[in-house]
Design a protein around this ligand. Structure first.
Ligand code: FAD
Length: 392
């Protein structure tokens, strides 16, 4: 069999599995490569749940991606007869006086503005209304809420499985446990050298997540910094009925203080499974090889003290499970979906700054359009590489 393809996708996590499927769906000859066998728990896409919200407070340019992803995930569910997206509603809490929020102070207002602009069903709630509807959340009088009705959670591992299955069904070749060591642009295409072989393609989708810096030229490495993020599941057995998905929405809570926030999910695995939350990790940047994957009892105690007891006083201090993950942040915490200037056959499609999963199905579609036709339906200009190089 020939080793030449229209496109090679390097890395088959959230972005790569979506890209491989969408490329194959367009009739291109596609090879997908991964150093592991996705889904796996070494990168950015594991831990059983990812928030899906539609009105995006990170910036107006994201809502077209989230809305399209929502449609695509529903389509993928139908095509593969799997459950990927579950609607629970989402509660975003923030201080009324945004000057007390040190990070992303505009997030709440931008979320409400996006909901209004794109007709996304929502309510803005006072602290008293939050206490009435969701007494599990210990809000103060100086806080307010945004409730989005159609938000919910995605099952990240199942999303990858489903899209890889659809990629294969559409003729994509998938090689797992094959590491890409080198990518070189030549006059006859781009050569991809792996632990097993050398392949050639007109275009490469580089969706290597936290491993991306290793595959880039030195001048780009510092633009993509991997960080550690831990998900904690705390015991709620005694108050399980108050933490079920029917009673307890997904949440994002901007707390007063420097870089103080928490996000999380209801109890998704029965009374003994706990409810989960993530909090900022104070560790410096890391790498997939050097990240501390174990979680100390001191870390757990600190998360209970600083977040769980303060925000959800009915939860127990007993932590039933943890999961360590990596996310890759750019200097402005936005995405990069763009061609490399010195090698336009290579498209970077990975670093999603900790908020990329909800957009991944649409990112895969947009990247496939870029490869197939040279442009995408959704405007990707906000995710250019040049904005970071100019500011670097
Ligand atoms: C704890 C946590 C919680 C999050 N919560 C949310 C959320 O609620 N909502 C949301 O929208 N986003 C969330 N995110 C962000 C989201 O999960 C990421 O944006 C997304 O998963 C990134 O996927 P990726 O495809 O870029 O990386 P990955 O899924 O890590 O995929 C990269 C793949 O490339 C492969 N690879 C790398 N190098 C090579 C090589 N040299 N050769 C072959 N294969 C290679 C890897 O093996 C891997 O499979 C969260 C992130 C974390 C860490």
């Amino acid at each position: 069999m020939s080793n030449t393809y229209d496109a090679i996708v390097v890395g088959l996590g959230a972005m790569g599995s979506a890209s491989a499927y969408q490329l194959a769906k367009r009739g291109l000859s596609v090879l997908g490569l991964d150093q592991y066998a996705p889904p796996h728990s070494n990168g950015s896409t594991h831990g059983a749940s990812r928030i899906m919200r539609l009105a995006i407070g990170e910036g107006e340019h994201y809502t077209p991606l989230s809305k399209r992803s929502y449609e695509l995930f529903r389509e993928i569910e139908q095509k593969t007869d799997t459950n990927l997206l579950n609607v629970t509603g989402m509660l975003t809490i923030s201080a009324i006086d945004k000057a007390t929020i040190q990070t992303e102070g505009e997030f709440f207002d931008k979320t409400v503005a996006a909901a209004k602009k794109y007709g996304i069903r929502h309510d803005v709630l006072s602290a008293n209304e939050i206490r009435t509807y969701y007494p599990q959340f210990a809000v103060s009088d100086t806080e307010r809420g945004y409730f989005e009705y159609e938000a919910g959670y995605l099952k990240p591992e199942d999303c990858i499985r489903a899209q890889l299955q659809l990629a294969v069904d559409n003729g994509c070749s998938i090689n797992t446990n094959e590491r890409v060591n080198n990518i070189t642009s030549t006059a006859r295409g781009t050569l991809v050298t792996t632990s097993a072989n050398t392949y050639c393609a007109d275009q490469i989708v580089l969706s290597a997540g936290p491993w991306l810096p290793e595959l880039l030229e030195p001048q780009y490495e510092s633009l993509f910094q991997p960080f550690r993020l831990v998900q904690y599941w705390f015991d709620i057995q005694e108050v399980y009925n108050e933490f079920t998905p029917e009673k307890f929405p997904i949440f994002f809570w901007q707390l007063p203080g420097i870089d103080e926030w928490t996000y999380g999910f209801p109890a998704l695995n029965g009374p003994k499974g706990g409810f989960s939350l993530g909090v900022p990790d104070r560790s410096p940047t890391t790498t997939p090889d050097s990240i501390a994957r174990s979680i100390s009892s001191q870390e757990i105690e600190a998360v209970y003290r600083e977040y769980v007891s303060r925000c959800f006083p009915k939860a127990s201090k007993h932590c039933v499970k943890t999961s360590t993950c990596l996310y890759t942040a750019t200097p402005d915490c936005e995405f990069v979906i763009d061609r490399l200037p010195h090698a336009p056959g290579i498209i970077i499609c990975s670093p999603c700054s900790g908020h990329g999963f909800k957009h991944s199905a649409a990112i895969g579609e947009s990247v496939a359009e870029l490869v197939a036709t040279g442009s995408s339906t959704i405007d990707l200009s906000a995710f250019s590489l040049s904005r970071l190089i100019a500011n670097h």
